[in-house]
Design a binder for this molecule. Sequence first.
Ligand code: AMP
Ligand code: MG
Length: 313
Amino acid sequence: MTETRIIPADEAGIGEAATLILRGQPVAVPTETVYGLAGDATSGEAVAAIYTAKGRPSFNPLIVHVTDQAMAETIAEFPPLARKLAKAFWPGPLTMVLDKAPGAPVASLLTAGLPTVAIRMPLHPVMRALIETTGRPLAAPSANASGSISATRADHVARSLAGKIELVLDGGPTAVGIESTIVAVGNDGLRLLRPGSVTVEMLETATGLTIETSDSGKIEAPGQMLSHYAPAKPVRLDALSAKPGEFLIGFGAVQGDASLSPSADLTEAAAHLFDVLHVADGSAAAAIAIAPIPDRGLGLAINDRLKRAAAPR
Ligand code: AMP
Ligand code: MG
């Protein structure tokens, strides 16, 4: 248990927050939408620590935050339509889901192994200062325990995440109060993944396009829109050794062709999960076997993902 401190989001506070983030620890910080739980997007361990603090039972991909267009373009590919939207709404509460740029400096856990990435350029001076001071793109889901509502004030965050994080930067109540609008941007179209304060009307005016919602005319929840990364090969769980033709993914005492964590550390295992799955999927083996992972802490989210990977398709 750590004691959670609330400190003013001034220069000293931002300096202290940056130090924690560069050590891999998440810090709660105001943005113009809701408070975010910010961590170093380039580090799998730092992204795993965000999940631990939130107590999230599954790995949804997180939004990465940047300060400028040059930084954005090291992370994502920008077709002309995405550039137009960036010009119209950035910095601001619009998140775009785009193809990852080659060699993008983000951990595979950030995108849950997907070839796409959700990216946003925030307007809030505190979040911007933190990105500048750390020099890192920052992953930041809402700063609240999993399953509870998003926080718009520092004391909401502290109540929801008490003992789970060290620091909350207090920048006062947030201006918008609801999460960013999320759109998936293709070469010639847009799909709304989550409504927010950048409205469909605003998006249509800026682009001259009609925005697609689902067939029913109702906007689908982002979770349903996601096709999560799953290996192409059959997956067998709770394996203590490999059968012929299997690539064994080890954990702890179970040594395999690769290991999620030889020391049985769940944070390390979460950080390596999608990289190791990609390696196993790309190997010459016909099937994948995976050692048992304990069902506690981050192990719950790891097992959630592994069960989906092993489900008959
Ligand atoms: P939060 O971090 O709580 O603001 O939520 C982030 C939202 O962005 C979740 O609903 C994710 O499902 C969605 N998201 C993040 N990355 C992607 C992606 N690559 N493709 C589709 N949706 C995404
Ligand atoms: Mg949330």
